[in-house]
Design a protein around this ligand. Structure first.
Ligand code: PMP
Ligand code: GLN
Length: 384
C-alpha cells in the first residue's frame, strides 16, 4: 500500500499521553500532564449547565458567538489596554491547540522558516512541518532559562515568516521580561515576520508580576496573533474553548483555516466562557493565587530533596535539573523510574527540543491539591 503522510506517521505518541498512561498503570501521583486538581469555579460550571439546557445547541457562527467575541475584546481592553474590534479581530476556536494550528496553516508557505524557542510546546513543530516550512531553533539556557540576543538574531533571516512566542511558557514556567519582548519586537520589524503569541497561561502569573502581551508593544498589533484558552484561564482543560485576537487581515486568513478544521465550537460552552471573562478582577486573581502557594510548596520540597529547581514565574509547571541526584540515565528513564519506583510521574523535557536535546531536565505540575503535592514530595524524598 502507498505511504501514509510522512510527517504524521513519523510522530511518536505525545509525551503527555505516554506519561499519563504510565502513571495510571503504576498507580503513581500524576505530576506529568497539566491537569488541574480543582475543577473550574462552581458558578461557571453552573452557567455551562444552564446554557446546555437553554441553548443554543446548534451550529453557532463559525467565527464564534458575538457574546464571546465581545467578551474577549473587552478582556483585551481591561487587562492590557488593547483596542480590539470584536467583529473583525476576534476568532473563537476549539481550544488553543486549534487556534495555533489554524494560525500556522494560515501563515506558512512551503519554504518559509519558523522560529521555535526551545524547549517549545509540542504541538507547534508537527504543524510547521505539515505546512512544508522549516523550523529554526533557538535555545533557552539553564539554569535560569535565559535567551541570548545573538542566538535569536542568528536564527532570523529574510525567510523568517514567523516566531512562536509562548509566555508564560510551557514547559519552562518562564515569563518573558520587557527586555526580551522588546528584542523580539525589534527583530520582527527588522526581518518583517509575524509572531504567534501563545498566551494560554496569561492569567497564571505569580509574584505580583503582570503578564505583558507582545501585542501591546509599538507596531506589534499588526504582526501578532494572540492566543488564549478558557481551559487554562478557568481550570476547565476539557472544554477546549480558545480565542484569537489579531489584526483583521490575520483573523480573516486564520478564519479560513478554522472553517475546515472544526468550523465551530460548542455554543453553550462559549456562552459560559463569555460569562466567565466578564467577572471582576478578583475572580482572575483568585484562580492564580492558590497556584502560587502550590508552586512554592513543590519547588521547596524538590529543592530539599536535591533537585536544582529552576525559576518559575507562571503556568502550572516547575522545571528541574536532575544532575545532582545520583541518577544514572537520561530524563526519559528518570521519569519512567520515578513513576514506577517512587510512585510519582513527571514529564521529561527532551521531547520539547529539535535536534540534540537536553537530557537532564524534568517538569513537574503543581496544579494539584497541597495534600497530593506533599505526598509526592514525601515519596520522592524516600526514593532518593
Ligand atoms: N499551548 C500551551 C503552551 C499549552 O500548555 C496548552 C495546553 N496544553 C495549549 C496550548 C493548548 O490549549 P487548549 O487545551 O486550549 O487546546
Ligand atoms: N498542556 C498540557 C501540558 O503541558 C497538556 C497537553 C495535552 O494534553 N496535550 O501538560
Amino acid at each position: 500500500m502507498k505511504e501514509k503522510n510522512s510527517v504524521i506517521n513519523a510522530l511518536p505518541t505525545t509525551i503527555f499521553t505516554t506519561m499519563s498512561a504510565s502513571a495510571r498503570q503504576h498507580d503513581a501521583i500524576n505530576l506529568g500532564q497539566g491537569i488541574p486538581a480543582d475543577d473550574g469555579p462552581a458558578p461557571l460550571l453552573q452557567k455551562a449547565a444552564d446554557f446546555l439546557i437553554e441553548g443554543p445547541n446548534q451550529y453557532p457562527p463559525g467565527d464564534g458567538l458575538p457574546d464571546l467575541r465581545q467578551a474577549v475584546a473587552a478582556a483585551n481592553k481591561r487587562f492590557y489596554g488593547l483596542d480590539v474590534d470584536w467583529k473583525t479581530q476576534v476568532l473563537v476556536t476549539s481550544g488553543a491547540t486549534e487556534a495555533l494550528t489554524d494560525s500556522l496553516l494560515a501563515l506558512l508557505n512551503p519554504g518559509d522558516e519558523a522560529i521555535l524557542i526551545e524547549p517549545y510546546y509540542d504541538s507547534y513543530l508537527p504543524i510547521i512541518e505539515l505546512a512544508g516550512a522549516t523550523p529554526r531553533f533557538v535555545r533557552l539556557h539553564a539554569p535560569d532559562w535565559s535567551l541570548f540576543e545573538e542566538e535569536l538574531r542568528r536564527a532570523c533571516s529574510s525567510k523568517t515568516k514567523l516566531l512562536m512566542l509562548n509566555s508564560p511558557m510551557n514547559p519552562t514556567g518562564k515569563v518573558f521580561n520587557a527586555e526580551e519582548l522588546a528584542l523580539i519586537a525589534g527583530l520582527a520589524e527588522e526581518f518583517d515576520f509575524y509572531v504567534i503569541c501563545d498566551e494560554v497561561y496569561e492569567h497564571l502569573v505569580f509574584d505580583g508580576q503582570e503578564h505583558q502581551p507582545l501585542m501591546i508593544l509599538p507596531g506589534m498589533a499588526e504582526r501578532c496573533v494572540r492566543v488564549g484558552s478558557a481551559g487554562k484561564t478557568f481550570s476547565v482543560t476539557g472544554w477546549k474553548v480558545g480565542y484569537i485576537t489579531g489584526a483583521a487581515h490575520l483573523i480573516e486568513a486564520i478564519g479560513k483555516a478554522h472553517q475546515f478544521m472544526t468550523f465551530t465550537t460548542p455554543p453553550n460552552l462559549q456562552r459560559a466562557v463569555a460569562w466567565g471573562l466578564e467577572q471582576d478582577d478578583d475572580w482572575f486573581h483568585d484562580l492564580a493565587a492558590p497556584l502560587e502557594n502550590r508552586r512554592n510548596l513543590l519547588s521547596n520540597g524538590l529543592a530539599d530533596i536535591g533537585f536544582t529547581v529552576m525559576p518559575c514565574g507562571g503556568t502550572y509547571f516547575v522545571t528541574t535539573l536532575i544532575d545532582n541526584l545520583g541518577f544514572e540515565g537520561d530524563d526519559l528513564s528518570f521519569c519512567q523510574t520515578i513513576t514506577e519506583q517512587a510512585g510519582v510521574a513527571a514529564i521529561p523535557l527532551s521531547p520539547f527540543y529539535g535536534a540534540d536535546p537536553a537530557r537532564n531536565l524534568v517538569r513537574f505540575c503543581f496544579s494539584k491539591t497541597e495534600d497530593v503535592l506533599e505526598e509526592a514530595i514525601h515519596r520522592l524524598g524516600r526514593f532518593f
